[in-house]
Design a protein. Structure first.
Length: 277
């Protein structure tokens, strides 16, 4: 009788051991179990396997598990790469847009970018178009479909263009040469000259019709001087040269619209820097 009891106990112990191997393997008993973690985080098949193999590699199959994890990671990246923002490898006014797999050269204006896209059979839309459509679909139709354009220049546009160019000049000089050389630039004079140039261009486009007056222009200029001086004082908090490389300024981009391979959102990235490790 005693021998029979011992035999039953041994069978139970053996069954329990096998059950532990299935439900609670040694390499997964360092905390929360893998399947519980994957379920709680809503991980998919690929993500779950990546975590599984990375978690157990030291205690089970070593490098084999790491290679399996890498295989699932590569598949996850491949499956999701088509939904990501296109990568940009750029320098100066050259930009490689992976989404259209072409080298876009010397693109300086939205018109140039739209022409380059059309040559590849793409239709472009801009942020301003999207914003206009959201605010007033009728205005969008009249402007972009019926081509009834009523452009009204303003000092805000003149000032914004000039300020943009001034700060871009400073940062370009800083990253390509030095902070000392950038600080030597007469940004106040550049602002004044650029505002005058942009204002004259806008007036000429309107057939010589002025849209501002000297007092307003001076007010904008004085505001710009304060912005420039404050920017230079606080520059270090936002733009550092330490372990940083300038990749480009005013980089053209084309980003595919979800659900279409023919429509691209176009725009320009003001500044792209790369942090060096």
């Amino acid at each position: 009788m005693s021998k029979k009891i011992n035999t039953l106990a041994g069978l139970r112990k053996s069954a329990q051991t096998k059950d532990d191997i299935v439900k609670h393997p040694a390499h997964y008993t360092k905390g929360i179990e893998m399947w519980e973690y994957a379920h709680s985080q809503g991980l998919d098949f690929f993500e779950g396997n990546i975590i599984k193999y990375v978690t157990r590699w030291r205690h089970k199959n070593g490098m084999e598990d790491l290679l399996k994890a890498k295989q699932y990671l590569d598949k996850l990246i491949k499956n999701n790469s088509k939904n990501q923002f296109p990568s940009i490898l750029s320098l100066g006014n050259y930009a490689y847009i992976s989404s259209i797999n072409k080298l876009i050269m010397n693109i300086k204006t939205p018109k140039d970018l739209a022409i380059a896209a059309r040559k590849q059979g793409k239709t472009t839309i801009s942020y301003s178009q999207i914003n206009m459509y959201k605010n007033c679909p009728l205005q969008w139709k009249l402007t972009y479909v019926d081509r009834i354009r009523d452009f009204e220049p303003s000092m805000f546009l003149v000032f914004g263009t000039a300020m943009h160019e001034v700060l871009q000049t400073y940062l370009d000089k800083m990253y390509k040469e030095s902070i000392v050389n950038a600080d030597k630039l007469d940004l106040h004079k550049q602002l004044s000259d650029t505002m005058k140039l942009e204002y004259k261009k806008a007036v000429d486009e309107q057939g010589g019709k002025h849209f501002s007056f000297s007092e307003e222009i001076n007010d904008f200029y004085n505001d710009g001087v304060q912005i420039i001086d404050e920017f230079k004082r606080r520059r270090g908090a936002y733009f550092s040269k330490k372990n940083t490389e300038l990749l480009g300024v005013e980089i053209p981009i084309l980003c595919p619209v979800e659900g279409s391979d023919k429509i691209m959102v176009m725009g320009f990235v003001d500044l792209i820097c790369q942090r060096l490790l």
